[in-house]
Structure formats: C-alpha cells, structure tokens
Design a protein around this ligand. Structure first.
Ligand code: NAP
Length: 329
C-alpha cells in the first residue's frame, strides 16, 4: 500500500522509518504548508510527490492511505479530507478533540468504505500482551499508579512568552490530551471503561492543563494516571495486585515488565520487547486489519479510542478546559 504523510515533525519521521522497516507501506507523498519544506522532506525520505494542497494530495490516485501528524485541532478536517477521497487514515493520538468529531469522522469512514485508525502505538506492541500475561500473576488488582510525565522544552518557550501549539486551547493541547492518553489507553485496553473518572488538573494561564491526576474508578480498584509536561518523573508504572505488583517503565513503550512479590525480594522479569520504535507494531496491525478485513479487531480498537475520548472530553469539560473549536460551536 502507498501512503502519504501530513506533518513534518520528528514523529512523522519515526512513522516513516517504522513503515519502511515493516515493508508493509510505501511512502509516496508528503504534505507540508510550505513548498520548500514539502520538497525537502519528500526528497529526504524518497517520496515521489510533494504537496502544499491537501485536497490535491487526497485526490492522488496512487495513494491508498495517509498518516496524519498535524496539531490535534487539525486532525478532524485533515482526516475528513482523506476519508472523503476513499483513503485509509492513520491519525496520531489524540485522534480528535471530542466525540462530536469522532462520530462524524467514523461515519464518513463507513460511508466511504475505508478504515480510520488512531495511532495509539502502545496498544499494538508485544509488551502490551506481556502486561496482560503479567496481570494473571498478581492476583486481584486493587490499585495502579501510571505516570506519563515529560518535562517539555516547549514549556520553556511557553514560560518565555511564546504559545507552542501543545500548550494552547487553540490546538487542543494540554497534558491529558498529549500524555495522559497513553496510560489511559492502557487501562481502558486492559479493563474496559471505568465506572467513573475524575480529573484534578494543574491549569496554566493559557487554559490548558500543564499537569494533572486522573482517577479512574472500577468496581474492585482505582487507577491514578499522572500526566505532566511541566514536571519530571522516572515514569515507572505499577499495577498493584493482592499477590504481587506488575511493574513496567514508561506507558508509551512498557519496557522491562516484571512481577515483584514478597516486599520486593522476588522479581520475575517478563520476556519483553525492547524495540526503540514500537510504531512498527501499529503499522503491522493496521496493514493486517486492512488486508484481512479484520472487523472484529477494528471494532475493538474503535471502542478503546471512543472510550478514551469520552473520558478526556468529559473530565476536560468538568474542569472548564474548553478548546477554541468548542467555544465557537
Ligand atoms: N505517537 C507518538 O509517540 C507521538 C509523539 C509526538 C507527537 N504525537 C502526535 O503527533 C501530532 C503532531 O505532534 P507535533 O508535536 O509534531 O505537533 P506540531 O509540531 O505542533 O505540528 C506538527 C506538524 O503540523 C504542522 N503545523 C505546525 N503548526 C501548525 C499550524 N499552526 N497550523 C497547521 N499546521 C501546523 C507542521 O508541519 P508543516 O510545517 O510541514 O506544515 C508540523 O510539522 C500530535 O497529534 C501529537 O499528539 C505522537
């Protein structure tokens, strides 16, 4: 399958690398707002076509699919543009700002007979399956603490008076949308939708959450998701069971999963994957779903995406974090 890319940041380069490694997708087209950037990015990655007009790119007959890594607030319009031209779409997390956009986009995907995926890379990695196996060893789950904290160089810019996209309501930014969605997807992927979710944000003057703690309530346990773009952490995640603790590093990669028992004295390492770019697994998963018409897996992923967005939208609104597109609506 031939694919194009929208957005020219480092994450797009990681996706192109992953696609190349799998051999499942061939990169043939680039979109950038600037012609020189579109050309040089296409040249760097060996893509034949460079576009500055999105409609024109979406009309390209050679293109089967597109990977979208534009700022969050642009996902909706960018996704629709390609779905309407019957291209499969892989859109970066968080796929949309709210459920209104999610429902409309999936309706358009169905109408045009194409697939729409949220690129939540951790859900497709082998280490996610290790977590499922590890859960069987720790007994009844009672608690979990899942931080995803990355002090952002863009916060320094924000403090210096600039408005980096991810720190603004104009671009649907904030810590929960940018980072909290990784551990949230893990919890929803493992345990389904919680009965209740409450968010305690640390709000910045720009109106987005620089930091925050999301508490999820399930019948037998609670989960605390700590996300921040303005603090630092080791990002060690712990799922606490009656018979042991499942520990792993970083909610994006889930490195070094292990089961710890007996007050830390007994440690069982789980066989883990250490691939430095776990986007390869989402590329493989999306290609497999499209090629095999695997509706069951597709619907399961859709449900996780929907539930995660339902939670983030609800807790955002409860805390007065309203994106600009929602203010206008
Ligand atoms: N899966 C992951 O691990 C991961 C990691 C990082 C980011 N992401 C996601 O990837 C997406 C992009 O993140 P990012 O940090 O690269 O975002 P970004 O730097 O704000 O923008 C991404 C791209 O969009 C274009 N762009 C920038 N500002 C724009 C504006 N004002 N209007 C229209 N287009 C604009 C730029 O491309 P041109 O200048 O070429 O048009 C830029 O390369 C986000 O949804 C983010 O959550 C995912």
């Amino acid at each position: 399958m031939n694919f194009g890319t929208v957005g020219t940041g480092w994450i797009t380069e990681s996706f192109i690398e992953a696609a190349r490694e799998t051999g499942e997708l061939t990169h043939t087209a680039v979109y950038s707002r600037r012609e020189d950037k579109a050309r040089s990015f296409a040249e760097k990655h060996g893509a034949a076509h460079a576009f500055t007009d999105l409609e024109e790119m979406a009309s390209n007959d050679e293109l089967d699919a597109v990977y979208i890594a534009s700022p969050n607030s642009h996902h909706f319009q960018h996704v629709l543009t390609f779905l309407r031209k019957k291209k499969h779409v892989i859109c970066e997390k968080p796929i949309f700002s709210n459920l209104r956009e999610w429902e409309e986009a999936y309706r358009v995907a169905e109408e045009n007979g194409v697939y729409l995926f949220e690129a939540m890379r951790n859900l497709h990695a082998p280490n996610f399956a290790r977590l499922q196996e590890g859960l069987e060893q720790i007994g009844t789950v009672r608690n979990m603490i899942l931080p995803f904290v990355q002090y952002s160089s863009r916060y320094d810019k924000y403090l210096a008076g600039e408005n980096p996209n991810v720190f603004t309501t104009a671009f649907s930014g904030g810590a929960l949308m940018d980072l909290g969605v990784y551990p949230l997807s893990i919890v929803v992927g493992l345990f389904g939708k919680p009965a209740n979710a409450v968010y305690f944000p640390v709000l910045l003057d720009s109106g987005v959450d620089g930091s925050g703690t999301l508490v999820l309530e399930y019948p037998d346990f609670t989960a605390a998701i700590v996300c921040s773009k303005i603090a630092q952490s080791s990002n060690t995640c712990e799922i606490l069971g009656e018979n042991g603790t499942l520990v792993f590093e970083n909610a994006g990669d889930m490195y070094h999963p292990k089961v710890v028992r007996n007050k830390g004295k007994d440690v069982t390492e789980l066989p883990a994957d250490e691939h430095p770019n776990n986007m390869v697994y989402e590329v493989q998963a999306f290609a497999r779903i499209i090629q095999n018409g695997d509706r069951d897996t597709y619907e399961r992923l859709k449900k996780i995406s929907y539930d995660v967005l339902a939670i983030t939208e609800n807790v955002r609104r409860e805390n007065g974090i309203i994106f600009d597109s929602e203010k206008e609506a």
